[in-house]
Design a protein around this ligand. Structure first.
Ligand code: GUN
Length: 645
């Protein structure tokens, strides 16, 4: 799997098969070789890049088996793109019989030329006992192990484990460590059918976090457009859908936010491929086969329209906002979204440092967003390390006017105390005023008194009772001339602490450094030491871009391999000229690297050769084998002025 674009756990990737490259996330429509309603070729025009069919059905049916063995599965279904075949696990779960064994089933899929072959896994139901589910995980893993995977062959090793998180974790780890190159999450159809989306959140998240990131995750049976965005947000790459035709047979139509009955419809939506070809009445009066085909077309279009939108949102870096808005379209979806918020601690590690899109703040639930969780953890630590008189400034989430701002700066420099700004029902240090997402926010300004009080109590608990002031008069302090600290210096240090870790700020920016502000905007710009630029504060997100000199100061202050990737010496030579770092040349790295943050590139002797931006988090770096890990912007042999960026 090669990464094209990433937003948290959501990603756009490229997955190579013998019959072509698939761009994920995508849905593989299910083709029943006995009953092809829409040809796979037509599906291509509706957006399908590959299809899934069932090797068990093919093998059991004489005519299909003979043709598939003779001409291959691609010829059988008349499709020249990637074909995944399932093993019959699901049929065995539904009908209870299975006359073939695992090796035989895999071998048959090989013989008919499948691109993605599925082993015969054991389907665990949500209500299975722990013991049953555990045995199924173990048995599925040993079935994976008994298959020898050939060069270039893709074997799907399903992750089972029912609703037991530790079993899902175990299954994900075992399958990741095996030769399976593709990881479907199995046993979830009963949950999908009963709208238990909150349980699916746990299952998908646990499976994704504990799997090899270079292997795609597939959600077996999860092709309903309603649940696609939330699944992609949690890291699902592939889906399959039989519902497009099953629903069509029942006169039901898929829409991005749910399902509607044809009989209750007044008009067809304009986006539908059958709009203008039929009226609702004509469809109702049509022969059942014609109606099923028409509704299948519509349903596939709904699925791929949603996939397109999701991909667009990943590119825009605002899939979360899309999921948040879509969560309100159904109470069960909303419940699932709330479950995601509860698991924000797991998501923080994958969260990028900043996003292109502004942060949308709705109400106190937005405080559970992983970005705000990270910020609140920072503030707690900031206060813990600065236990001193703390004043809550008397203005809200907006910056104060210029005149007040002058007074506040003056006070800040004359008194050694913490100044906190109320922001989105919580409090942030004033030093972070320009930093994402504090300034890059669109807020409803809806106050939640309870959360506000709790946050204040939290501050009081850290600082100590009697040392936190909510209302302190902001007097003119012009009679005091002595300044004990410099606001800009404290500000750049606090931002560096947030960006690189506590206490890095002081090491990166020592007392003698010079801060250049932009003449046009008055904002901080370059930070210099001995006429050398260490870092530039970016106008759009308030974080720093480092130069090599800045990177060297961090390297000296932070224990190896903190904030860096170490590469082979051949790669180091190449990267020192300004070329990007590829995953496969990384020999050691910091597991705590934050996606999109500045990352230092060092050779085997810890010499800095370049600095750039990490394309993924430290949790993922070790898994990928192809693609760019660090996009370099400064290097020792081609030193660019960061202000030209
Ligand atoms: N189709 C739907 N669920 C499953 C599953 O758990 N395993 C397999 N192999 N196919 C499925």
């Amino acid at each position: 799997m090669e990464l094209v674009h990433r937003d948290g756990l959501a990603r756009i990737g490229k997955f190579k098969t013998k019959h072509g490259v698939i761009e994920t996330p995508t849905v593989l429509p299910v083709i029943n070789p006995n009953k092809i309603t829409i040809t796979p070729e037509e599906m291509k025009s509706l957006g399908a890049q590959g299809i899934i069919t069932n090797s068990y059905i093919i093998r059991r049916t004489d005519a299909l088996r003979e043709k598939a063995l003779k001409d291959g599965v691609h010829s059988l279904v008349s499709f020249d793109g990637p074909i995944m075949t399932d093993s019959g696990t699901f049929q065995s779960y539904v009908y209870g019989d299975m006359e073939y064994d695992n090796r035989g089933i895999v071998d048959f899929q090989r013989k008919i030329g499948s691109d993605i072959i599925t082993i015969l896994d054991i389907f665990s139901k949500p209500d299975d006992t722990y013991g049953m589910a555990r045995d199924a995980v173990d048995e599925t893993y040993s079935r994976m192990r008994e298959i020898e995977v050939g060069d270039g062959e893709i074997i799907a090793g399903p992750v089972q484990g029912s609703v037991y998180q530790d079993l899902r974790e175990k299954a994900a780890r075992l399958m990741s460590s095996s030769d399976a190159g593709y990881l479907p999450v199995g046993g979830v159809v009963p949950l999908l059918e009963s709208y238990q989306y909150d349980k699916l959140v746990d299952i998908v998240l646990t499976a994704r976090m504990n799997s090899d990131f270079s292997k795609p995750i597939h959600l077996f049976g999860g092709g309903h457009p309603m649940f696609l965005a939330i699944s992609v947000l949690l890291g699902v790459d592939f889906f399959d859908s039989a519902s497009y035709v099953k629903y069509a047979r029942d006169g039901r139509m898929l829409y991005p936010d749910g399902t509607r009955d044809l009989v209750k419809l007044r008009t067809l939506p304009r986006w539908s491929p059958i709009y203008g070809k039929y009226t609702v009445k004509e469809l109702l009066d049509a022969e059942s086969e014609e109606r099923t085909a028409a509704l299948s077309r519509h349903n596939l279009a709904a699925i791929f329209m949603e996939i397109n939108e999701i991909k667009e949102r990943i590119f825009q870096n605002n899939l979360w906002q899309y999921v948040e808005s879509r969560a309100r379209s159904h109470p069960y979806l909303y419940r699932a979204f709330r479950r995601i918020l509860e698991r924000n601690g797991d998501l923080v590690g994958f969260e990028p440092l900043y996003r292109k899109a502004s942060f949308h703040y709705y109400d106190s639930y937005s405080n559970s967003h992983p970005t705000l969780k990270r910020l609140s953890e920072f503030t707690e630590r900031f206060l813990t390390e600065n236990r001193k008189e703390t004043v809550i400034l008397p203005f809200g989430s907006r910056n104060p006017g210029k005149r007040d701002y002058g007074i506040i700066r003056d006070i800040y420099e004359k008194y050694d105390m913490n100044l906190l700004v109320p922001w989105c029902n919580t409090y942030v240090p004033i030093e972070l005023e320009d930093t994402y997402p504090i300034e890059q926010i669109i807020s409803s300004d809806i106050t939640d008194e309870r959360l506000h009080r709790n946050e204040l109590l939290k501050v009081e608990k850290i600082i100590g009772k009697g040392w936190v002031f909510e209302k302190k008069e902001m007097k003119d302090h012009s009679d005091i001339t002595e300044k004990s600290r410099n606001f800009n210096l404290e500000k750049i240090r606090a931002v560096a602490d947030l960006q690189f870790g506590h206490s890095v700020g002081k090491a990166l920016f020592p007392d003698g450094c010079r801060i250049i502000t932009s003449r046009a905007t008055g904002r901080l710009r370059n930070i210099l030491l001995n006429d050398q630029i260490l870092a530039t504060m970016r106008a759009q997100d308030g974080f720093f871009t480092l130069t090599v000199a800045g990177a060297e100061r961090i390297r000296d202050a932070v224990e190896y391999p903190g904030l860096r990737v170490s590469v082979t010496d051949d790669s180091a030579e190449y990267n020192s000229k300004g070329f990007n770092v590829f995953f496969k040349f990384i020999t050691e790295y910091d597991r705590g690297i934050v996606a999109s943050n500045e990352t230092i590139v060092v050779d085997s002797k810890d010499n800095v050769v370049a600095v750039g931006r990490a394309s993924v988090s430290g949790r993922e770096i070790g898994d990928y084998r192809s693609g760019v890990a660090v996009k370099t912007h400064h290097s020792i042999k081609s030193i660019k002025d960061p202000s030209e960026e």
